[in-house]
Ligand binder design. Structure first.
Ligand code: MLT
Length: 398
């Protein structure tokens, strides 16, 4: 009889967005006449840009000719894409060595898999509320988590407590789910804390492309000393609409080394490389050609146009919340708007209320942690038409 990984018993029965999909399917089955508007999961609605499509086509064409056909590729990703991403960082005045970049199928997999590099006896700090993958992936391997309170008082941007030691720290900025963004001074404080504690920051920058204020950091590597203490995860899902196409990247600087028990120095870069080359056969060549096109100047300009489209939706949602006098966070440098549930409702109660009374699907804050119990998240990734209609319906409620 196999002995099972009983840590799975410590997880909620289903992943947050699977639970939402399940509830929406049940509602649709019993109300087939109702038109549902989905502003729940952060899934894009605009098609891929023409430049990305050209890149994908070029990839497909290469596969059709013996001279250019590709079989297994490098597990770390093709040099052409790692160079393009390094150049993208350079445009934002950040130096990242292409060799430190690992291409993957998205930040979800990498933020989930990275915990394999760390032993179970670390003190792991995870903000609450938070993207549930960080929590669930640590629970799956039996790791213990110390939560860091994000709340309205700290604008959902918890800061380090010098009295508390940590070994591993998860940060996401612009934040999923709250839309809050750390300033340069705040991230500097986190880096200083990590260096003092010899800790590693796992920094998720999947929403960096939504930042419009040049003073706000789009990468942890804008902070001095961060290459000695931070791994960065990013993705084309939100930047370029690749939620279904799947491509992301993780930067593991070679400077990240820590002594093992026997005193030998271990490199996180070498470990991640070993892990990826053992368990991952690389992102498809065709997808990487599409991603390369995204990082060209024309490709980026097109992505920015799409981002502006979603930012307009965020303003529509923010306006509706202002009209209803509901306090909210985010929605400026982020596609997410995080707000207090009206009438003191709990978030799953408000989820059901919104679904039943306005046929709008959002994401209950409780799915992101205890501090989200009375909060709710809407995404700006819908179409203009649906977002407008949803907000018209919303304004008629309570
Ligand atoms: C979300 O809605 O939180 C995200 O779309 C989930 C993800 O990126 O995996």
């Amino acid at each position: 009889m196999p002995k099972l990984n009983e840590n799975y018993q410590n997880l909620k029965q289903s992943y947050l967005f699977s639970e939402i999909a399940h509830r929406v399917a049940a509602y649709t089955a019993s109300h087939p006449d109702k038109r549902i508007i989905r502003l729940g999961i952060g899934d894009v609605t605009l098609p891929l840009t023409s430049h990305a499509i050209q890149g994908l086509h070029a990839g497909v064409d290469a596969m059709a000719e013996a001279a250019t056909f590709k079989g297994y590729g490098p597990e770390q990703g093709y040099g052409f894409l790692r160079d393009a991403i390094s150049a993208y960082y350079a445009n934002n005045k950040v130096a990242v060595d292409p060799d430190d970049i690992f291409i993957s199928d998205g930040a979800k997999s990498d933020t989930g898999n990275i915990s394999e590099l760390f032993s179970a006896d670390n003190t792991i700090l995870i903000p609450d509320p938070v993207y549930p993958v960080y929590v669930d992936s640590n629970l799956m391997s039996g790791k213990k988590i110390t939560y860091l309170s994000g709340n309205a008082d700290n604008q959902f941007l918890p800061m380090p407590d010098s009295a508390v030691h940590a070994d591993i720290i998860y940060l996401c900025s612009p934040n999923n789910p709250t839309g809050s963004v750390y300033s340069k001074a705040q991230l500097t404080e986190w880096v200083r804390y990590a260096l003092e504690n010899q800790a590693v920051i796992l920094f998720d920058s999947a929403y960096e492309a939504f930042i419009t204020d040049p003073e706000l950091p789009r990468s942890i590597y804008t902070i001095e000393g961060s290459k000695k203490c931070a791994i960065e995860f990013c993705s084309l899902s939100k930047t370029a609409g690749f939620t279904g196409t799947r491509c992301g990247y993780t930067v593991v600087p070679k400077e990240l080394t820590f002594p093992a028990f026997d005193g030998r120095e271990m490199s996180l870069h070498a470990m991640w490389n070993r892990r990826q080359s053992t368990k991952f056969n690389g992102t498809s060549y065709i997808i990487q050609k599409g991603a390369q096109a995204v990082f060209s100047p024309e490709g980026m300009a097109q992505c920015q146009e799409n981002i502006r489209y979603y930012q307009h939706n965020a303003r529509l949602i923010a306006d509706a919340l202002r009209k209803k006098n509901i306090r909210f966070f985010g929605g400026i440098h982020s596609p997410y708007i995080w707000f207090e549930c009206p009438n003191n409702m709990e978030s799953w109660e408000f989820f059901d209320y919104l679904l039943n009374h306005a046929q709008i699907v959002g994401t209950p804050g409780a799915g992101f942690g205890e501090n989200g119990t009375r909060y709710f998240r809407l995404t700006a990734f819908g179409t203009h038409e649906n977002t407008e209609e949803a907000m018209e319906r919303f304004e008629k409620l309570f």
